[in-house]
Design a protein around this ligand. Sequence first.
Ligand SMILES: *Cc1c(COP(=O)(O)O)cnc(C)c1O
Length: 423
Amino acid sequence: MSGERSREAFERARAVLPGGVSSPVRAFSPHPFYAERAQGSRIWDIDGGCYIDYCMGYGPLLFGHAPTFVRDAIVEQLDRGWLYGTPTEGEVELAERLCTYYPSIEMVRFVSTGTEATMAALRIARGYTGRSKIIKVEGGFHGAHDAVLVKAGSGALTHGVPDSLGVPQEFTRHTLQVPFNDPEALAHVLDANAEEVAALIIEPVMGNVGPILPENGYLEEVRRLTREHDVVLIFDEVITGFRLGIGGAQEYYGVVPDMTTLGKVLGGGLPIGVVGGRREIMQHVAPQGKVYQAGTFNANPLSIAAGLAITARLEREDVYRVLSERGRALREAIEDVIHRLGLPYSVVGIASMLKLFFGSTPTNYVEAKRCDATGYLELFRNMLSCGVFLPPSQYETDFISYAHTDEDIERTVQAYESSLTRA
Ligand SMILES: *Cc1c(COP(=O)(O)O)cnc(C)c1O
């Protein structure tokens, strides 16, 4: 009776959790599988099913599920208590490390999620510049707070339109949008709003509409234009941080923003967020300055312990070479499959990020939206029945972890072959 217990759990869940889940993307039809345990590249459900996992907690699990070295660090901290309400040496150590890895970071504030990190980053940039407007990229995702929940295509020169009920129009009035990979559009918006824009927030590689890569020279142009207009450039590296390299996309592409947000991989699976930037900017954060930010769980000892373990491991090992090789191998193998089957699809990725797009390679949100997202869901379900768990959306990036083996990759490619033949 495959999936019976998960089906029952979902039925119970729908009575007490909106949509049956605790975060929207986790819902898929007919029902999600309920996790029982996970180890390395594998996740098991409560019905005994086992899957090779490319969702990887939506990005954080760079070393796969439950790596021993992270577990040991967490347990060691657990034995000494897990919340103090007073600082620890660990947070100082981790802050120092972040300042050495990220060229843009001289000071940090630890928070609990990526959402909080981008929320704080925008407030700090506004406090620092004394300006109200912000610019984001269409389709860019920066968490679930009001200022960034703006409908795509709602116009760069006018006011942002909320993309969620419950967000008052006034709260998104100051949010302007530009398409990715379009420096002219950005120049235009900056000119039209001269001296009014506090910050541009951007994912250097868009990670929440598949991966969409920056074209040659785009990030450099973004840097040049924001500098020219005295606009704080915020790289939202909640996905790309520690994913493209220990210094994130800014190290990978050699473009240094003014502020950076981090999260996901750094916490090793525990909740963490970081907002960091130049001292001149970050010194405006309370209690040193007048931009308020606070949190009961800021720099919580368990997440800090995990962050120290993760960063120590990243410093020590040849992790990124291995991850990139596996990423390239999987992308090339899927490309072979779609060519053999004569499908008009594309495989996009970088380092250990990838996506099979049901359409041609997108360069921005509007192009990504032309993909056959419904067709993709069919692939998702076929893959699941072949024992491979992809994120259940055309627009969520697939992640390879250090725990994925050559054999995992091989089985995954076979699953693509049979799933796409059926689709
Ligand atoms: C996931 C994500 C966030 C939000 O992080 P949470 O920890 O889920 O709040 C912000 N920005 C980007 C780029 C993300 O991928």
